[in-house]
Each structure stands twice: as C-alpha cells, then as structure tokens.
Ligand binder design. Structure first.
Ligand code: F6R
Length: 239
C-alpha cells in the first residue's frame, strides 16, 4: 500500500488526476472504474483542464461506474449518470457509449445487476479504480454487513449513508433508499486502486480501514488485501 499525504483538497485532486492521466497516457485503451460524490469532483475538474490543453486523450477509454441510485432516471440531476455527464463526460472527448453506469430504473433490477457483471467481464478487468470511502467505511455502496457482497447487487442504504448524502437533495425524504452497487470482488479485481479521502471527519474510518481488522463491518478494510493500492488523503493529520 502506498500512502500519499496531500496538503489539501486541491493537492489531493491534482495528485490523483496525475495518476489517472499517466494511466491513460500509458494505455490509451484503459478501463477506468469511476466514483461519484464530493471526493472526485476536483480530480475530474483537473482532468478536464488537462484535456483542454491537449495533454490527455480519452477517445479510446472505457469507464465503469461503481453505483447508481435505484429509481433515479439518467436525466435526474441527482442520479449518478447525470453527475458523471455533468462533472466529467460532457467536457472530454470520451465516446459516451463506452461510459457505463448501472441503470437505476431498470424494470428488473436483478437482471440489471447480472448485465453489469457481464459487462465487467466483457471489458476484461478494470485497469484503475478511483474510489472514495463513506463515513461508515462503505466503498461503492457496499455497506457494513455480516459478509462481503462479491458481485453487483441491489443494496439498502444505511441510515448513516442516507444522512450523509442528503446534502445533495432538497430534503432527506428525497434520498433514494436503495442503490445498485458493484461488488467487492469486482472492485478488488481492479489492477490498481486509487483511494482518495478528504476531510478530518474521514480520518478515523480511514485509519480503521487501513490498519484495523479486515471485516465486512468496515467494507473499506478489504483494501488492505489489494496488491496495488494507492491512498491519497488530506485529513488534517498524518496516518
Ligand atoms: C460514490 C461511491 C461512494 C462514495 C462515498 C464517499 O460513487 O461509491 O462510496 O465514494 O460515499 O462520498 P463523498 O466523496 O461524497 O464523501
């Protein structure tokens, strides 16, 4: 595991963007696993800037996102598909047909999960997975539980996750209660995982995840077992 302490959110974003951009430069046909939420917004902003300066070409890149809320259509500004288009895809030369986010309004959610697993097999592995971590230790929407969910699944969001994500909605009742999430096995199969963690409030869960026991009650703890994990953090204190 490689730990990189960043000075602040901007520094963290630039460092992570540097790693992603090197990945795409070295392998133009990279498959990138992407995340939503507050943590990666700065990374996407930086990558857009470098794209505009002709430093990166995304034309051959494929992306797979970690998760999507159940019940939100792609046009809904709170959906993760909308988020990705708005914060990243609309501003770079990526082929949108090569960008994948689970479909939260699929008629048959179980089939949608199977189809997403099939897609992950078809793209032949994620080269680099960008990850954030929730205050309760979730990665993707793999919530603390008695066991690790291996593959893409429908998950009931924890009260703490709904509480944490209400900031993106008008009122807490609007936050969807369930989501589709890539499973732990799929995340762990990524060749390189880049975890970005910002904010003092994340310090304890990050420490627990990286140095505590590996347990499904702290889903992020599984990352200790990954052979190529880079953690970039800015939590006010050294780990
Ligand atoms: C988002 C995702 C989540 C977030 C986590 C942290 O696609 O899978 O695991 O990474 O909830 O969210 P932020 O970055 O908003 O603190």
């Amino acid at each position: 595991m490689k730990l990189i302490k960043a000075n602040d959110y901007n520094d963290l974003s630039r460092k992570a963007a540097n790693i992603l951009s090197a990945q795409v430069i070295l392998k133009p046909r990279s498959v990138l696993g992407l995340a939503t939420g507050s943590s990666p917004i700065g990374v996407y902003k930086q990558l857009i800037e470098w794209y505009q300066k002709n430093d990166i070409d995304f034309s051959e890149v494929t992306t797979v996102n970690l998760d999507e809320y159940v019940g939100l259509a792609p046009e809904n500004p709170q959906s993760y598909r909308y988020f990705m288009n708005h914060h990243f895809f609309n501003h770079i030369n990526i082929d949108k047909t090569k960008t994948h986010v689970p479909n939260g309004i699929a008629d048959d959610l179980e089939k949608e999960c199977e189809a997403y697993n099939h897609l992950l097999d078809e793209v032949d592995g994620i080269d680099m997975q960008l990850l954030g971590i929730g205050l309760n230790g979730h990665i993707g929407f793999n919530e603390p539980d008695g066991e690790f969910e291996k593959l893409t699944h429908v998950v009931n969001l924890n009260a703490s996750t709904i509480e944490a994500n209400k900031r993106f909605f008008e009122k807490i009742e609007d936050v969807p209660k369930s989501a589709i999430s890539m499973g732990i096995k799929s995340i762990m199969q990524a060749k390189h995982i880049v975890l970005i963690v910002s904010g003092q409030e994340k310090y304890d869960i990050l420490k627990q995840s990286l140095f505590g026991p590996v347990t499904p009650h702290v889903p992020g703890s599984i990352l200790q077992l990954h052979s190529h994990l880079t953690v970039i953090y800015s939590c006010g204190r050294e780990l």
